[in-house]
Design a protein around this ligand. Structure first.
Ligand code: NAI
Length: 468
């Protein structure tokens, strides 16, 4: 066991929260060490946002091939879906991005050590590497960004072969004929569309009365319509009691007596927080019931110079939220700033078909808050670009305050929703009004026009809408 000299800052975890914090700290002049027990890049790069998007790219290509005739193309094209090649391509995309982060660490002078960290005191950790070697590392300042992992369903054991987590499904070597997905949240919805495009029979089992239950109800409705159109079966209020694997078949038993059979089951019912084995309680860091690190609005744990960011603090468990939190935390820590994260302006981006994205309040939460709201909508089918590209499913919905005209929320289902939501983020972050959005000039023909027109609709002055 060796004791290494002090660093100005040790960051635990090299996911998007950790690596961003380390680079910003180095830009601020700190001598930074990052410790990581698995891969650089964490969930987002290795098992989340990026690999799923590599799968989605294949799925979209397959969807487009279905429409060749409509677009005036014909010919004999025989398609074979080679899941091994899809996984290989995904691995290449991932490894290039991981190398990119490693390059950034080098370029910014950030030191990386591999191993599992446990706090021995407020300024000392023990790092245990895979071969059992232990190092004691010291610093006065720490940022904890250890993230999250796929959550378990009590009584159901994943085996990586028939009953899978979202990590496992990214490395399968045969495509199932029938896939059952437990949980129609963000992960379940994305994989449902991806594998449906690869001709897999999909059944989604959702506990709540609707898919994507935390999204605006209109988003759920539109995506549920898209499930139907794609031939994805959705069972809501489905209470799974247990799962049985027999003769290469998986049976999922529901409380109402129904049995759903398939070749594989994906469990995507939320994520659990990575705080076990860090020795946090021993140094006075408070954990919530869900084992999230409790932080104040400045992302301090309240224990000396220990801050935390990303999935490990719960809340909006999204890569881009982790990114903003990490910069906020590190600047507060090293520069004694008192910055906070505007969580209301954190967008969500769901890679369904078509995409869905939102920011700010849902209609339901605005009403619950007692706000007087007005709603503007613009359907994709009224957009020139959407018509030209045959991408006419979806709409932009804007929620604005009746008294102040301020934009409170934006919810988009439709092609490129995950990109054009940036306008909603800009509006909410900068407290813009519906008049301000309606007065912008959207390039024509673009999907962005739907945002401008939805803002006009909230003011009852949309040009491309019938008189109300
Ligand atoms: P989630 O919270 O989005 O969805 C879990 C779903 O499972 C919910 O609809 C819930 O009602 C349902 N559920 C819970 N227990 C169940 C049960 N026993 N039986 C059936 N259904 C059950 O969690 P998910 O999809 O696992 O994603 C985890 C996290 O990762 C989320 O925070 C999500 O926002 C994030 N993520 C974000 C993505 C994006 O922004 N594009 C992509 C993937 C994940």
């Amino acid at each position: 066991m060796s004791v290494a000299s002090s660093y100005n800052l040790i960051v635990i975890g090299a996911g998007i929260g950790g690596y961003t914090a380390a680079i910003r700290a180095s830009q601020l002049g700190a001598r930074v060490l990052v410790v990581e027990k698995a891969e650089i890049g964490g969930t987002c790069l290795n098992r989340g946002c990026i690999p799923t998007k590599a799968f989605k790219a294949t799925a979209d290509m397959l969807d487009n091939l279905q429409r060749l005739k409509e677009f005036g193309l014909s010919g004999d094209i025989k398609i074979h879906t080679d899941i091994k090649q899809i996984v290989r391509r995904k691995n290449t995309v991932v490894s290039e991005l991981v190398k990119g982060v490693e390059f950034l660490f080098k370029s910014h002078g950030v030191t990386v050590k591999h191993g599992s960290a446990t706090f021995l005191s407020k300024n000392k950790i023990r790092l245990t590497s895979g071969d059992g070697r232990q190092d004691i590392l010291e610093s006065n300042r720490f940022i904890i960004a250890t993230g999250s992992a796929p959550g378990d369903l009590p009584g159901i054991k994943t085996d990586g072969r028939f009953v899978l987590t979202s990590d496992d499904i990214l490395n399968i070597d045969t495509l199932p004929k029938r896939l059952i997905i437990i949980g129609a949240g963000v992960i379940g919805t994305e994989f449902a569309f991806i594998f449906r495009s690869m001709s897999v029979d999909i059944t989604l089992l959702e506990l709540m009365p609707r898919a994507l239950p935390s999204e605006d109800e209109d988003v759920s409705k539109l995506i549920t319509r898209s499930f139907k159109k794609a031939g994805i079966k959705l069972k809501t209020e489905a209470i799974v009691t247990h799962v049985e694997v027999k003769d290469r078949q998986v049976d999922v038993f529901l409380e109402n007596g129904e049995v759903v059979s398939g070749d594989m089951v994906l469990v995507s019912i939320g994520r659990k927080i990575n705080t076990a084995d860090l020795g946090l309680e021993g140094i006075g860091i408070k954990l919530s019931k869900k084992k999230e690190i409790v932080v104040d609005e400045f992302l301090s744990t309240g224990v000396d110079e220990l801050y935390a960011c990303g999935d490990v603090i719960g809340g909006k468990m999204l890569a881009h939220a982790a990114y903003r939190e990490s910069i906020t935390a590190v600047e507060n820590l090293l520069e004694r700033k008192k910055q906070t994260v505007n969580y209301n302006a954190v967008p969500s981006a769901i890679y369904s078909t078509p995409e869905a994205a939102s920011v700010g309040l849902t209609e339901q939460s605005a009403v619950e808050k007692g706000l007087k709201i007005k709603i503007g909508r613009f359907p994709y089918r009224a957009l020139g670009k959407a018509k030209a590209f045959s991408e006419t499913d979806g709409e932009v919905k804007i929620i604005a305050d009746v008294d102040t005209d301020r934009i409170l929320g934006m919810h988009i289902v439709g092609s490129n929703a995950t990109d054009i939501i940036a306008q909603g983020v800009m509006a909410i972050q900068n407290e813009l009004t519906a008049h301000a959005l309606a007065g912008t000039i959207a390039a024509h023909p673009t999907y962005s026009e739907a945002v401008m027109e939805a803002a006009e609709d909230a003011l009852s002055i949309a040009i491309h809408q019938p008189r109300k």
